[in-house]
Design a protein around this ligand. Structure first.
Ligand code: FEO
Length: 404
């Protein structure tokens, strides 16, 4: 596929990708590791009226503006559709307004309020309502509001002419585009995993609103999904919609995540015993993470995927080891439910780990089902502790294999 002009790619005859690949940011939102970068997808529609769908993060706007100018030629930019004001998508709005003073920013009432707050721009808006149509000429754009997926103003734009859904964060994934723009041009296993990692860490807290948004999206006749991150889904858009529905319903697969926190390897020793017991009990999908060495984004993705979680952790200064405490706060924030949990706490002179992890389960009010035995080990596992570790692995295996 030839470049239409430098750094832009044709999506259809009149729609172009004009995004940016970010391989410089280490942590998305300052939290989530992105070793393979992330793409900020923006789309240009060339019609009687010209329109951009979203923009790119401000650190990439110089090059973005240059490429936009190449697409526009002598024409003016008429509209920017602002599906979402989080700055990874809206970061170029200020410069665009200065360069194209006649451009109008299109969004809902909440969008426009956020633009005022972020960029101190309070004019040149077109406020649209749910389902309202913006006529560009050949392309008729309408708007499906998706509140809280990811922010209150979030919406998707539907182009009825070309049956394209510009979905912003929804169906987006981590990873810069490595030459491939469409799903049939990339490694699909990798793209779907990074879509799930984006979903769990960015959207997962809002699983219930996501289901409502998906019901609206399902009612549209969609031939292609153009998200704001990751590849364009054109091969089988229904497949990614189905995955989003599955994740938003919090449906799990048979498997167990074991997360341990260990300062000197003694808690790790107990954790390895539990992991072995899981395997000997017939669980093939076992993911073990050292909480001190693994970015939360990978841990939470596997926890979202699998039916069982085992937390095995030491005590630190009469409290739960701090990285594990941070994970528990994150899991509470994500409001996960319907999963099995097993606990193993360790201490040497003042126990707190098991107590605090049990308190987490109690606060969840049944969202996590605590399995027996809950283990407490003093320093290094004894023969009795080893038997308890085996028993916990067996009980977890029974629970996830029964689909409880
Ligand atoms: Fe990709 Fe919620 O921003």
């Amino acid at each position: 596929m030839a470049f239409k002009t430098y750094g832009t790619l044709p999506v259809t005859d009149s729609v172009s990708w004009i995004g940016a690949n970010d391989r410089e940011t280490d942590k998305f939102e300052g939290l989530w590791d992105i070793p393979l970068g992330v793409a900020y997808n923006s789309y240009f529609i060339n019609d009687d009226k010209t329109a951009l769908i979203d923009t790119v993060k401000s650190s990439f706007m110089d090059d973005f503006i240059y490429r936009l100018g190449r697409l526009l030629g002598e024409r003016q930019l008429d509209y920017v559709i602002v599906n979402h004001v989080e700055p990874d998508h809206s970061g170029s709005l200020g410069l665009i307004r200065r360069l194209y003073p006649g451009v109008r920013f299109v969004g809902n009432a909440k969008t426009l309020d956020l633009i005022k707050n972020f960029y101190h721009i309070d004019d040149g808006f077109v406020e649209v309502g749910e389902g309202e149509v913006l006529d560009l000429g050949l392309h008729k754009l309408s708007f499906a509001f998706a509140p809280m997926v990811h922010w209150p103003e979030s919406m998707a734009t539907y182009d009825a002419t070309e049956k394209i859904l510009f979905s912003n964060d929804v169906f987006g994934g981590f990873g810069a585009l490595e030459g491939g723009l469409f799903d049939d041009e990339v490694n699909l296993d990798w793209a779907l995993y990074e879509m799930m990692r984006y979903y769990v860490n960015i959207v997962g807290r809002f699983a219930a609103p996501a289901l409502k948004a998906l019901a609206k999206i399902r009612a549209l006749d969609i031939g292609m999904i153009c998200p704001a991150h990751g590849p364009i889904w054109r091969s089988d858009p229904s497949r990614v919609m189905g995955l989003y529905e599955k994740w938003s319903r919090q449906e799990t697969e048979e498997g167990v995540v074991l997360v341990y926190g260990s300062m000197y390897g003694n808690t790790k020793a107990a954790s390895d015993l539990i992991a072995r017991s899981l395997t000997e009990s017939g669980v093939n999908n076992v993911s073990v993470y050292d909480i001190s060495r693994s970015n939360m984004s990978y841990i939470t993705t596997d926890i979202w995927r699998y039916a069982g979680l085992i937390l095995s952790c030491c005590t630190y200064n009469m409290e739960l080891f701090p990285p594990m405490a941070a994970l528990l706060r994150l899991l509470e924030n994500k409001m996960m439910k319907g999963r099995q949990i097993g606990l193993c706490g360790t201490y040497s002179w003042s126990g707190a780990a098991l107590k605090e992890m049990k308190a987490f389960v109690e606060r969840s009010k049944g969202n996590w089902n605590l399995l027996d035995p809950a283990i407490e080990i003093k320093s290094y596992p004894t023969e009795t502790d080893i038997e308890l570790c085996a028993a916990l692995g067996q009980e977890m295996a029974r629970a996830v294999k029964r689909g409880l």
